[in-house]
Structures are given as structure tokens and as C-alpha cells.
Design a protein around this ligand. Structure first.
Ligand code: SF4
Length: 109
């Protein structure tokens, strides 16, 4: 299981539950509200394995709904891995075509 984690600071009531329960991922940002630790990647970090399970559980327990935890599907990770090189190839190809056709453009009158 893999999850993408974020904290909505506007909703957080600084109850400390998440960083007490899962200190490997969450921490006090200084004013009591939670934030995702920079060591794990900050907001939007991907957490996996047993830690992902604990993150999902504490997300359910967050009293204000400030923990935003999105399950990342394996097929999505596979697709992203497969499409990224294709997109880069297309970008490089289209940049190359533009470079090739530039000298052929006629000057405006
Ligand atoms: S459990 Fe929810 S309300 Fe409590 S500190 Fe964490 S994000 Fe904030």
C-alpha cells in the first residue's frame, strides 16, 4: 500500500494526535498545527508499507479532517513510469521538429 500525504493547515486544530501517533511522518510545525516532515518529502510525500497503514488509520482519527491521505494505486504508478519517458520523448521530438522548421519560416513583410 502506498499513500500520498498532506496536511490542510487551515483545518488543523493542533490536537497533536497525528504527530504523537505517527512521529515518523508528522511533526509540530511550531504553532501546534501538524505538517508532513521534510525528511519524508513534506506535503505530497509518498509513504508506503506499514507506515502507510498507520497514516491511513490516524487520518480516520483526525478530529478535524485536516489529514489528506490519498491511496496511490499500483497501476497508476506503473502507468506514470511508462508514460513519463514517452512524454519526454515526444517533447524532445517536437522541440527538434520546431528547431528544424525554424530556418524555413519566411520573413514577414
Ligand atoms: S490529528 Fe488532525 S487536527 Fe490533530 S494535529 Fe493532526 S492534522 Fe491537526
Amino acid at each position: 500500500m502506498k499513500v500520498k500525504v498532506q496536511v490542510d493547515k487551515d483545518l488543523c486544530t493542533a490536537c497533536a494526535l497525528c504527530y504523537d501517533e505517527v512521529p515518523e511522518v508528522y511533526e509540530d510545525s511550531g504553532d501546534g498545527t501538524a505538517q508532513v516532515k521534510a525528511e519524508v518529502g513534506g506535503d505530497g510525500a509518498i509513504i508506503e508499507g506499514e507506515l502507510a497503514q498507520r497514516v491511513s488509520e490516524v487520518t480516520e482519527e483526525c478530529p478535524s479532517g485536516a489529514l489528506v491521505t490519498e491511496v496511490i494505486e499500483e497501476w497508476y504508478i506503473f502507468l506514470e513510469g511508462a508514460l513519463k519517458p514517452l512524454c519526454l520523448f515526444y517533447f524532445n521530438l517536437s522541440s527538434g521538429i520546431e528547431t528544424l522548421t525554424m530556418p524555413l519560416k519566411l520573413p514577414s513583410l
